[in-house]
Design a protein around this ligand. Structure first.
Ligand SMILES: O=C([O-])C(=O)C[C@H](O)[C@@H](O)C(=O)[O-]
Ligand SMILES: [Mg+2]
Length: 447
């Protein structure tokens, strides 16, 4: 033990990259998205890395945790993480909210901070033992690649804003050009899907809903199914439909979609877990969620009510090790493993690849990733690849990635120059609708 590596330094690097004007219930994605990269260096000279959503309070928390991490023994990872979990900071921030994890609406930052630290420690341990991180998660590596889905959005017209969205006009036709162009109807979303299939080979799609009236979004799902009859297509309206609407649309889509994601939420004195349980009973359509089962206590209530089939346990909300435990529970209890995503760089892509590779059993739904919107902005030398609809586990020990420090410094410089550092999707939306405000019960364009 006395020779075991010790963490020498922890660097906390907020970074930013470019995004398209993607619509959701919270508004429109800004032209920039932000993340935090945690870089640990150990006494053996190795580097471990983790990525997580960025918010000023997460940065503060990470600073607060620095004394617990620097000087800690790499082999005592369990003890180090237990200290984080028993810290005052965690006690103060244990309540998850029923929101869509758009950071400005979500006070829960403890898990985001712990997730980045844990991933970096696992990366270092993997390098020490010459094992992939997937092998360090309790169930061990089960596979070398995981199915991921094409995450489709309606895209607003960036030219109606004075924001610095990229244009894609210098790109050839295809995904890298289309992902910047307006796509507000079913035909345009089908064209996006075609380009994504051409580029990445997807067989699964998710439409980000909660934007247009439910009927319009259901019609887009049906158009995607008509174009790709063999594909699995779903929609996530982020609980903007009422229970009555959700049941109506659920019956329309029953047998055609593998699941619906957060079709309804809290209303009229009933919790989201209760309305989803009623939705499942009324329609028989399986339910996925990243809104009402985001910690152990919420998951317990959701399962007691038979409200969900697929907890989308995002490693950034749970940490990789806890998300792997959720995957083990899914396997033992007849649920399906899945994973939520926000915009991210390729370090998170590697974290998700290892998580999926370690999920036991054969009931996994295609994992979410927003990477296709950021592809080309890598912070590592050889980002994990999505081919034929699968995200491939990068070879090599730890997370299997090597940081490109020049690119990290560039992304850090972009972050430093940002006027608004916390995510705020209302900003872009206010160019489309004057004085637009978020409303949890209404799609963003229904005003
Ligand atoms: O599944 C979800 O709810 C999400 O992916 C939440 C994200 O914030 C998504 O809506 C987005 O990126 O706009
Ligand atoms: Mg969702």
């Amino acid at each position: 033990m006395s020779d075991s590596p010790v963490i020498k330094s922890m660097r906390i690097v907020p970074v930013a990259g470019y995004d398209s004007m993607l619509l959701n219930i919270g508004g429109a994605h800004n032209c920039y998205f932000t993340r935090i990269i945690v870089i640990l260096t150990d006494s053996a000279g190795h580097t471990g890395v983790g990525e997580t959503p960025c918010h000023a309070s997460t940065l503060q928390l990470l600073e607060q945790f620095r004394p617990l991490i620097e000087g800690s023994s790499l082999l005592r990872l369990n003890a180090t993480l237990s200290q984080l979990f028993s810290s005052e900071a965690r006690q103060q921030q244990t309540s998850h909210t029923n929101d869509i994890h758009i950071p400005q609406m979500n006070p829960e930052k403890f898990y985001n901070a712990a997730a980045a630290i844990e991933a970096a420690l696992l990366d270092l341990q993997g390098k020490l033992f010459n094992l992939p991180v997937a092998d360090l998660l309790a169930s061990g590596k089960q596979r070398d690649r995981i199915p991921v889905l094409g995450y489709l959005f309606y895209i607003a017209d960036r030219k109606r804003t004075n924001m610095h969205y990229q244009s894609g006009e210098h790109e050839q036709d295809g995904w890298f050009r289309l992902r910047h162009e307006t796509a507000m109807d079913s035909d345009a979303v089908v064209r996006l899907a075609e380009a994504a299939v051409e580029q990445y080979g997807f067989r699964d799609f998710k439409l980000k809903g909660g934007v247009q009236a439910g009927e319009v979004e259901v019609a887009t799902v049906e158009a995607l199914l008509a174009r790709f009859p063999e594909a699995r297509v779903t929609v996530d309206p982020n609980a903007s439909w009422s229970l009555e609407e959700a049941i109506r649309f659920g019956k329309q889509l029953a047998g055609k979609v593998p699941y619906l994601e957060d079709p309804c939420g809290a209303e009229q004195g009933y919790s989201g877990r209760e309305t989803l349980a009623e939705f499942r009973r009324a329609t028989g359509v399986p339910v996925a969620t990243n809104m009402i089962a985001n910690d152990w206590r919420q998951l317990h209530h959701a399962l007691q009510l038979n409200a969900i089939d697929i907890p989308l346990a995002d490693p950034h909300f749970w940490t990789m090790r806890n998300a792997n435990v959720v995957a083990q529970l899914c396997n033992e209890w007849g649920l399906t493993t899945g994973c939520h995503s926000n915009n991210h760089f390729d370090i998170s892509l590697a974290m998700v690849a290892h998580l999926g590779a370690a999920a036991p059993g054969d009931r996994q739904t295609a994992f979410d990733t927003h990477w296709i919107w950021q592809d080309g902005q890598q912070l590592t030398r050889q980002p994990p690849q999505i081919r034929d609809g699968y995200l491939e586990l990068p070879p090599g020990p730890g997370l299997g990635i090597e940081l490109d420090m020049d690119r990290i410094e560039q992304a850090h410089a972009i972050y430093n120059a940002l006027p608004d550092k916390n995510r705020n999707d209302a900003l872009g939306m206010q160019f489309l609708i004057d004085n637009w405000r978020y409303d949890a019960k209404r799609p963003s364009l229904v005003r």
